[in-house]
Design a protein around this ligand. Structure first.
Ligand code: KG4
Ligand code: ZN
Length: 354
């Protein structure tokens, strides 16, 4: 079973081919991030325009690098939500058109569920540069999903049979990384910048609060983000009415590193604490992490230290948005005879949830 996966939910234009839900045959990711950095966040109109320019060359490259041709592909999987409307439209319309013209089955993929399926890729014929898990996860599988738009704990009883245990009430963890980076003057996207700055910092420099919520598996990051802002104001000797965008220039490099390390430690502890509680309650056979923040080394280290089972992580390149995760999930949809999407009418679902 060979599926072409197409992902265009945000600023990445990505296409990949995966065989049997586990073998990566090619993966191409183009990003319009450079165009957004100067704005300190993704500009949806700019992202959508970049998608239009990149989509055909990216799909062409994914096919040529796999050394396959169209007749040897069994279907096309595409992200139809959640994401930015304009960006999603480009991928969905490209996938629908190709499915009709090439006479292929079309599978509609939920972006967040797709992130989880990156963990099922265990082999790469595409390139030796992927550091992949030795085995596919087993069910019962606990998934911690940590991205720029989502923070969720999901319990998978099997493929397509899952229960949402909890999610964030406000910011996603990746969003909190991005916002804290902005306050302390580190470049967008904040996740990788904070992780880099934190290496030289003291993770116990600040004592920051962890949100306490009624629901056992829910998250909240807005209080942590505000606590960092208050600490920065006090370090700079400024009150809450001082413009927050002017604080960063008052910090020195050592202070930035200490704040980054302290924030990262606590944000990661917050998700690791709940993952550990869920592990104790459900005793899953596998635990996986998914989404852009799953690339974070501190998260990987804290989780491995806390959980009693050995946990395998996928390559950081498969944690941030990519086509391989969409193709992998598409393979399972095809292998398990899940319903196909209508190539003439599949619509986008920008607010889709798990
Ligand atoms: O999954 P993703 O590529 O896009 C969404 O679906 O949102 O995740 C992007 C998020 C951003 O917030 C980015 O700052 C964060 O993932 N991120 C990281 C790291 N790499 C990306 N956060 C922490 N540490 C990293 N190494
Ligand atoms: Zn994503």
């Amino acid at each position: 079973m060979r599926i072409l996966g197409i992902e265009t939910s945000c600023d990445e234009t990505a296409a990949a081919i995966v065989e049997d839900g586990q073998r990566l045959l090619s993966s191409v990711v183009a990003s319009s991030m450079d165009l957004h950095v100067k704005y300190g966040g993704i500009v949806p109109e700019v992202a959508a325009r970049a998608q239009i320019e990149a989509i055909i060359p990216v799909i062409d490259q994914a096919i040529s690098r796999s050394k396959l041709d169209w007749p040897s592909l069994d279907g096309i999987a595409v992200t139809y939500g959640a994401g930015l409307g304009g960006s999603l439209l480009v991928g969905v319309l490209a996938a629908r058109t190709l499915a009709i013209v090439k006479n292929k089955a079309l599978y509609a993929v939920n972006h967040v569920e797709g992130h989880v399926y990156a963990n099922f890729i265990t082999e790469s014929a595409a390139s030796k540069s992927y550091n992949l898990p030795a085995k596919q996860p087993r069910f019962l599988m606990l998934a911690l999903i940590v991205s720029g738009g989502h923070t969720q704990l999901v319990l998978f009883k099997n493929h397509f049979k899952y229960e949402l245990l909890g999610q964030t009430h406000d910011d996603a963890i990746g969003e909190a990384f991005d916002k804290v980076a902005k306050v302390i003057g580190l470049p967008y996207p904040g996740g990788p910048s904070i992780a880099k700055a934190a290496v030289a910092g003291n993770p116990n420099f600040l004592s920051l609060p962890k949100a306490k919520l009624q629901a056992k598996y829910d998250f909240s990051f807005s209080g942590l983000k505000t606590a960092v802002l208050r600490e920065v104001q006090s370090l700079c000797g400024k009150s809450y009415d001082f413009p927050s965008f002017k604080l960063a220039e008052l910090l020195n490099e050592a202070q930035r590193a200490d704040i980054a390390a302290s924030f990262q430690r606590v944000a990661v502890e917050m998700v690791v604490d709940k993952t550990f509680t869920a592990y104790q309650q459900f005793n899953p056979k596998s635990v996986v992490i998914a989404g852009g923040v799953a690339a974070n080394l501190e998260l990987r280290q804290q989780l491995s230290a806390r959980l009693p089972l050995p946990i395998e992580y996928t390559d950081p390149k498969l944690c941030t948005d990519n086509g391989a995760m969409v193709a992998a999930l598409g393979c399972f949809k095809a292998m398990q005879k899940q319903s196909v999407a209508n190539s003439y009418s599949l619509d986008i679902a920008p607010n889709l949830s798990m």
